[in-house]
Design a protein around this ligand. Sequence first.
Ligand SMILES: [Zn+2]
Length: 402
Amino acid sequence: MIVETKRLYFNDPYQWEFSAKIIDRLRHNNFPAIVLDRTCFYPEGGGQPSDKGTINDMEIREVIEHEGRILHILAGEIAGDEVEGKVDGSIRFDHMQQHAGQHVLSQAFYKLYGAETRSFHLGEEVSTVEIAMESAIDLKIEKVEKRANEIVFKNLEIRSYFVEKSKIQTIPLRRPPKKTGTIRVIEVDKFDYTACGGTHPFRTGEIGLIKILRRERIRDNIRCEFLCGWRAFRDYAWKTRDLRILSNQMTVAEKEVVSTFEKFQSEVKDLKKQNRKIREKLVGLEVEETIRKSGGPLIREIFTGKTIDEVRLLALNIIKKGSYVVCFAINDKQRVHLIFARSGDIDIDLRELVPLVSSLVEGKGGGQPSLVQIAGTNSTNLDKAMEKAARFIKEKQSIEVY
Ligand SMILES: [Zn+2]
């Protein structure tokens, strides 16, 4: 017959140290696991992770319920049958705040909008509830948050008691119980009744602030991320600091940060538009200047301090202006780029230049008959490469090279 472990956390969730006897030893996933006659450790369940801590100073990896027993899975073996257990109180208290906060939040959704809670997950950073709601506009969320925090500020008692399954219909439970036999009821003073085996504080004030962070549609539900207690406090702390930094840098009041940012965004958009127009104008001028300087249909130039995109744009704009062949190079010491382009009415396949000049700059390239690019790593023979390209074009077209 299985001897049930006495769950000390049912009566006192703030008892974090205890002594107990080992009543069974087994293994779980290759780690030693022990069953105790009594424990303060909460095993994972109901959306709440298991407690952390030590037994005889040995670290607990996990506490789980397995076939009706509570298994304390240890990092290593421990000797003796008498043990001292220590629950990590800060993690436990955090779980109590998030978990009890969920009871209050779920009832607030239910009371205000008849929306049931489909699931709950207590995460390491944020917790989530899935609420059976078609839509959740800001106003609804604000009302739910307000109601939940009213319950916190009223500092209502949170009671726990056991009720026989046969009498459970006398309790206005928010959800029907999943378990059979005696049911443990958690009552937030006439506000919420839930069948629950978890850990909760004694009064709602201990939950601290309840804050919904964001929400999203998932399946037919609305999933809300929320924080309670110290988590909400820490969140408020960094958000206040960051908002202060932003407001200082923008030299506006904190409440004006968003509207000022929106103004900045539209200004940036306008500036980008202006910038584009100016650049187009500049390219136009540069095209004319380059054509004028070249004095012929073959335009050669080696650039430094220009990007490939700038040079390519210049080349493409020149060949649109008339009947031209462009041989451009960019020499930026580390790398060499060659761009060859021609107007549509000149019948030369510029791809033939690739095998001809690539080796001179230790490069590779390719493109279309009217536009070729080569990227190389050696600029020593760049002049030679340009000369060779010009000669090739001249022979093909019999045009004058100046
Ligand atoms: Zn609970």
